[in-house]
Design a binder for this molecule. Structure first.
Ligand code: ADP
Length: 171
């Protein structure tokens, strides 16, 4: 029998405990889960593509997930899924705000390739509010992000903020 392969795409800038939860739960649904780290230059990421790849690798190791691998991509998601032999795209759903965008994207992706299903996992209630964008904002203003990311990621974010300079210091 052929392996069931899933693809979990994202920017992961930075990788949060919400991402980790979806990755951990998603890995149970498939034989192999590929974490697809997008280059996404339009989002002007805090971490480079290589840094985000390494960050995700650290999280996979931290969680001891043996059926998860990491791949970078800068192409149409459905082309990547097909190339990798994935039969499902995995996405996490937080609040209603995620729904409209995710629904539209899943619909368009289905028209591009009806053989690949998008599967949504509801965010864990306690991790629901976590968003990479807010983690960065909190860190830039010197807030503690320990409840939103792993200790390893926290260290990386704090180091980057120190390098770039905190906001709100000049008042
Ligand atoms: P993208 O730029 O593709 O949206 P993100 O890194 O922001 O990349 O998110 C990747 C996926 O992880 C998305 O499906 C998003 O909804 C999901 N996600 C983000 N934060 C959480 C969270 N706290 N809980 C569950 N899923 C989440």
């Amino acid at each position: 029998m052929t392996d069931r392969i899933g693809l979990y795409p994202g920017t992961f800038d930075p990788f949060t405990l919400g991402h980790a939860d979806i990755m951990r739960r998603g890995a149970k649904l498939v034989d192999r889960l590929i974490i697809g780290v997008t280059t996404n230059p339009s989002k002007d990421p805090m971490f480079s593509h290589d840094e985000r790849m390494a960050m995700v690798a650290g999280e996979v190791a931290r969680l001891g997930l043996t059926n998860v691998e990491i791949k970078g991509f800068d192409a149409l998601l459905m082309d990547v899924a097909e190339r990798e032999g994935a039969s499902m795209i995995l996405r996490g759903l937080r609040a209603v705000a995620d729904f409209e965008y995710e629904y539209q994207m899943a619909g368009m992706n289905q028209q591009l390739n009806a053989g690949i299903e998008t599967v949504f996992l509801m965010a864990d209630i306690s991790l629901q509010p976590i968003a990479s964008k807010l983690v960065k904002e909190i860190a830039f203003y010197g807030g503690d992000i320990a409840r939103f990311v792993s200790p390893q990621v926290r260290e990386l974010v704090v180091a980057r903020v120190n390098q770039l300079g905190r906001k709100g210091d000049g008042r």
